[in-house]
Write a protein that binds this ligand. Structure first.
Ligand code: SAM
Length: 258
């Protein structure tokens, strides 16, 4: 029994070392990418061009114009963070910008996972006529405090987020665990941005609740859908979204090709 216990401990230690190593590799790959872009490395620029073209084709397949939406997003980002969109920023900001340039006029938007409030603020600018509800865990929740490197400057983090959100009349913040969305009324949102916990057990609940809360012809947008991962976790990365979509497809909740 003791031997098994010892083995489990060693495996856990190895897992944690591998995960630290993965983070370091990602960090240095990102630095290398930035420096190659800065020195206009031909191979890197060609790769980047291919990725952007693929994104543009994907946007077009949804009748959305990616390129023209950058300008609108730039205006918004300039007001909010004093700079334009860069390729290292989240592509979902561009998706929202292009949605705001389309026929879609959501009257109510739900964001699951407020984080620092920047995306809620971007949505508020892009959809000035919409009511935006953004939710995150209550600030006394341990998972909230200990995730996303918030613990060291926790109070400033919460104050900064609240100050930003308070600037917008069309944003309301609700401190709640998204699992409580089970009690919110059906078909009450036109656009839902699912970006809270990225793994089990919360994400499948968020996806199920989003199906309940979305109005007919509404849009549910989900962040970080990994199809394959060496290791999943509760908060940041997992294959929970794709597994849940497969289940929803099997039982007929969705019909999309996966
Ligand atoms: C990836 S961040 C959100 C980023 C933000 N939506 C954006 O677009 O930049 C995830 C956020 O979800 C919150 N979160 C995690 N689990 C949650 C839960 N069960 N209920 C509500 N929020 C949760 C975390 O506290 C964190 O602030």
């Amino acid at each position: 029994m003791n031997k098994i216990f010892e083995l489990v401990k060693r495996i856990e230690k190895l897992e944690s070392e591998i995960s630290t190593e993965e983070k370091n590799i990602l960090k240095s790959a990102n630095l290398e990418l930035q420096s190659k872009l800065a020195e206009n490395n031909a191979e890197t620029l060609a790769l980047q061009k291919n990725i952007i073209e693929k994104q543009e084709t994907d946007f077009q397949s949804l009748d959305l114009a990616r390129r023209v939406s950058i300008k609108k997003l730039d205006t918004v980002l300039e007001k909010l963070i004093g700079r334009n969109f860069t390729i290292s920023d989240s592509e979902h900001w561009l998706l929202f910008s292009s949605l705001s340039n389309s026929q879609i006029v959501p009257s109510k938007i739900l964001e699951i996972g407020t984080f620092d409030g920047i995306t809620a603020a971007i949505l508020a600018y892009l959809f000035p006529q919409s009511e935006i509800v953004t939710i995150d865990l209550p600030h006394d929740n341990e998972k909230f405090r200990l995730s996303y490197n918030r613990a060291s400057s926790f109070n400033q983090y919460v104050d900064r987020r609240n100050t930003l959100i308070d600037k917008f009349d069309n944003i309301s913040f609700v401190a709640t665990n998204s699992a409580n969305l089970i009690n919110w009324p059906e078909k009450s949102f036109d656009l839902i941005w699912v970006d809270g916990a990225h793994g089990y057990p919360v994400l499948p609940l968020d996806l199920y609740n989003s199906c309940r809360l979305i109005k007919k012809n509404g849009l549910v947008v989900v962040d970080d859908v990994f199809t394959n991962l060496r290791k999943s976790d509760e908060m940041y990365r997992s294959t929970a979204a794709i597994q849940t979509f497969k289940l929803f497809k099997d039982i007929g909740i969705i019909s999309t090709k996966l």
